[in-house]
Design a protein around this ligand. Structure first.
Ligand code: PEP
Ligand code: MG
Length: 793
């Protein structure tokens, strides 16, 4: 049949935009370049033109005249009027009969397309492809009408009309009006394309996105529709093919539990089904593509890359209906790095305990505290520098991903959401570990190697250091001229939890450690500490603690290091081996923790004091002891007594201080001072929760959690004032110390030091310096001009 309104993809080239729009022209170009896009045809812009110019409305005018009349009477800035009038036009287009000449051609072309697959009717997608002379398609934002799973000629004709109608959405009409386009010269083509009935599908990168090796093609493959791979719902097979020799260098056969297929009941939309049931249990661990297919896909990838002159990220599928390979989408890879620097990272190895393996999805080393989340509603739990562990990321998790030092997932391949986003963010990631959320617990510390796909237990110092060296090297060996170091009157200290990071924390130039947490050191012995002591291994515990304290004291010497005695709640202890005897508390936050517990179990406190004494005797006179959760003066007295029992002398061997975490402590600060303390430090995490009655771990009420609540600030202000009067040093070590807003307030309140997280030290130092300058400046101005600003213009 000689067509007037139909053009097959084979007949089109990229120059044909005026006739079939950008989308249609591009499909034609690819078809002719030998890229097997799913076949189809375009209902050209001529058809739309013929339709509006020949079909008449009730009063005898052509549809085009009728439309232009309405448009000329529409004020596009009146959005109600715009909505109503454009809706009227769209309804009219859909309700009018398509001229027989066009309808016949569509029916015939659809039949031909179906016959290519040996069928009477095939599923197609119908998409709009806008066009206007000399206007790029991008100018028609909003006209992306796409109808999937269209079946039968009548449905196709209906959807073509609906595409035509999409030329008159309120948004598109407004846009054209504002851009000064002539509404009467804008036409629209509809693309009708075979929907791939995927037997197998996946993604391919024509350069290895992990190692950046351009000689390798990486293919991910899974059963059914490609959505499963792209969304990360399934961990796909992975094959690496060498370009040129077409050797399959690596094969990773994944366990593919689920697949996505067209809904077998409705024929429309898609559903997730278990592979074992839908295809049979043998398919779960079966290689998805045959070796011949792997090579066919790889060669097609190379061809597309050559066509576009740049490595591509391609979606492909094998169609059940004809068994052929189709290319559904191709985009340039935008995240490719130079292969060399990635190779240097890949070369690093270190003996360390491997706890998980998966696919290295985003190169680099990341280390930190694990936070396991299962849902985007939990993302607030992930703090700066944490390692995010989850089943699979989704777009709602991106804010948390940005804060993470590394990402580890159970599911997904190197092309899943987690992999793509983390590569773009430059954050190391390991995906498809199958059991990260089971094996890792919030609060664990791990090192993530995103290049090799390995997760190590703890912070592997050598790996982390090498990462830093590499970062320094990346500056290109240039001489970096630093500004003069900022000297602030308010000291800026740093919080340390792991002795392993002491060197790094000290390198920030912080004025000391305002909080050395004991929990990590104690919990890292791997067994309940009380059990440890009961088994007669106190000496071992003391040695282990001394080692950690010494490491930090040495890294900072002579700067002060305040060691805080153990403050782990019973629920944390319970999870440790030997933690079975921990009491079940109704509310562990209000329970047996901090100094209360230490005084009930003095054997543990004694072990801590013995460790400190050991380090002091080695000449470290820069250590302070800080007691958590103090609320009663006698707690200070009792703790001192226990210290003396092991020969550690408060105020002489070590400075002695308390945390202000309980409102009671703030309110009776004078009484606490009378017991004899050298310093206090605000634990605002707890002070806020206890002042506002908000469990700091309860997401539901987290929005009410505010460290700058006037009640909290009032307590802080009172304590600083009283401490100043008595010559007691004041500090803060809660999370709020890393918040610039709080830092400014504290500087104004006259706090002596602020202890921030390692990554916040530099920022807080700047903020503190600025605020101090401002105070001096304001005072000087006041002196010169009095209260009023005397400047006159
Ligand atoms: C605090 O409560 O602010 C604090 C620093 O201690 P932790 O977070 O360990 O309770
Ligand atoms: Mg606390």
């Amino acid at each position: 049949m000689e067509y007037r309104f139909i053009k097959w993809f084979e007949e089109l080239r990229k120059e044909d935009v005026p006739l079939v729009g950008g989308k249609g022209a591009n499909l034609g170009e690819m078809t002719n370049a030998g890229i097997p896009v799913p076949p189809g045809f375009c209902v050209t812009a001529e058809a739309y033109k013929y339709f509006v110019e020949n079909v008449r409305v009730e009063d005898g005018r052509t549809l085009q005249e009728w439309i232009m009349d309405i448009i000329s009477k529409t004020n596009v800035d009146d959005s109600k009027q715009l909505q109503e009038n454009t809706a009227k036009i769209r309804e009219k287009i859909i309700s009018l009969e398509m001229p027989e000449e066009i309808a016949k051609e569509i029916e015939q072309a659809y039949k031909e397309l179906s016959q290519r697959f040996g069928k009477d009717e095939v599923y197609v997608a119908v998409r709009s492809s806008a066009t206007a002379e000399d206007l790029p398609e991008a100018s028609f934002a909003g006209q992306q009408e796409t109808f999937l799973d269209v079946l039968g000629a009548d449905d196709v004709k209906d959807k073509v009309k609906r595409c035509w109608a999409s030329l008159w959405t309120a948004r598109a009409t407004f846009y054209r009006a504002k851009q000064g386009f002539d509404h009467s010269k804008v036409y629209l083509s509809a693309v009708v394309q075979k929907m791939v009935n995927s037997e197998t599908s996946g993604v391919m990168f024509t350069a290895n996105p992990v190692t950046n090796d351009r000689n390798e093609i990486m293919i991910n493959a899974s059963w059914g529709l490609g959505e499963a791979v792209v969304s990360g719902a399934v961990t796909p097979d992975e094959y690496i093919v060498e370009k040129g020799t077409w050797k399959i260098k690596e094969k990773f056969i994944a366990k593919k539990e689920i697949m996505i297929v067209r809904n077998p009941e409705t024929g429309k939309g898609t559903v997730k089904v278990p592979v074992a049931e839908y295809l049979g249990p043998e398919y779960v661990e079966k290689q998805v593509l045959t070796d011949e297919q792997i090579i066919e896909v790889a060669k097609m990838g190379a061809k597309i890359e050559e066509h576009y002159g740049w490595p591509q990220d391609i979606e492909w599928a094998y169609d059940k209906d004809d068994g052929k390979l189709y290319i559904v989408q191709s985009r340039p890879i935008t995240t490719l790095k130079e292969a060399e620097s990635a190779a240097t990272e890949a070369a690093e190895t270190e003996e360390a305990e491997v706890i998980l393996k998966g696919l290295g999805a985003s190169p680099g080393i990341g280390a930190g505290r694990v936070v396991v989340i299962f849902d985007a509603s939990e993302i607030d739990k992930v703090k700066e520098g944490d390692v995010l562990v989850t089943t699979m990321t989704n777009p709602d998790m991106v804010p948390a991903m940005k804060r993470a030092s590394a990402i580890v997932t159970d599911e997904g391949g190197r092309t899943s959401h987690a992999a793509i986003v983390s590569r773009e963010l430059g954050i190391p990631a390991v995906v498809g570990t199958k059991e990260a959320t089971k094996k890792l617990k919030t609060g664990d510390y791990v090192t993530v190697d995103g290049t090799r796909g390995v997760v190590y237990k703890g912070i592997v110092k050598s790996l982390v250091e090498k990462k830093e060296e590499a970062a320094a090297g990346a500056a290109g060996g240039q001489v970096v001229v630093a500004g003069a170091p900022l000297i602030t009157a308010t000291k800026v200290k740093v919080n340390v939890s792991m002795p392993e990071v002491a060197e790094r924390a000290a390198a920030t130039g912080a004025d000391g450690v305002g909080l050395l947490r004991a929990e990590h050191m104690i919990l890292s012995i791997g067994q309940h500490p009380v059990k440890f002591i009961k088994e007669g291994k106190e000496e071992e515990l003391v040695e282990k603690l001394a080692e950690g304290i010494r490491t930090v004291a040495a890294a900072f010497y002579p700067r002060p290091v305040w060691y805080r005695t153990l403050d782990a709640p019973t629920n944390e202890f319970k999870e440790m081996p030997g933690g079975e005897d921990e009491p079940d508390e109704r509310n562990p936050m209000l329970g047996w923790r901090g100094i209360r517990r230490s005084l009930d179990q003095p054997e543990l406190l004694k072990a801590e004091f013995k460790a400190i004494k050991k380090v002091v005797e080695e000449g470290y006179n820069n250590i302070g002891v800080m007691l958590p959760l103090v609320g009663h003066p006698e707690q200070i007295r009792k703790a001192k007594k226990i210290a003396l029992e092991v020969g550690l002398v408060p105020h002489k061997d070590v400075e002695w201080g308390v945390m202000i975490e309980v409102p009671a402590a703030a309110l009776i600060i004078e009484e606490l001072i009378k017991e004899g303390i050298d310093f206090i430090s605000f634990g605002t995490n707890d002070l806020t929760q206890y002042t506002l009655a908000i469990d700091r771990d309860n997401d539901r009420i987290a929005y009410l959690y505010d460290e700058t609540h006037p009640a909290v600030l009032k307590l802080i202000k009172h304590v600083i004032k009283v401490c100043k009067k008595h010559g007691v040093e004041t500090s803060i070590c809660g999370q709020a110390g890393s918040d610039p807003k709080m830092a400014k307030i504290l500087v104004r309140l006259g706090i002596d030091s602020i202890s921030a997280n390692p990554d916040a030290v530099e920022l807080i130092r700047k903020v503190v310096a600025q605020e101090e300058q401002k105070i001096i400046f304001e005072a000087a101005r006041k002196k010169l001009f009095g209260e009023e600003d005397e400047l006159e213009f």
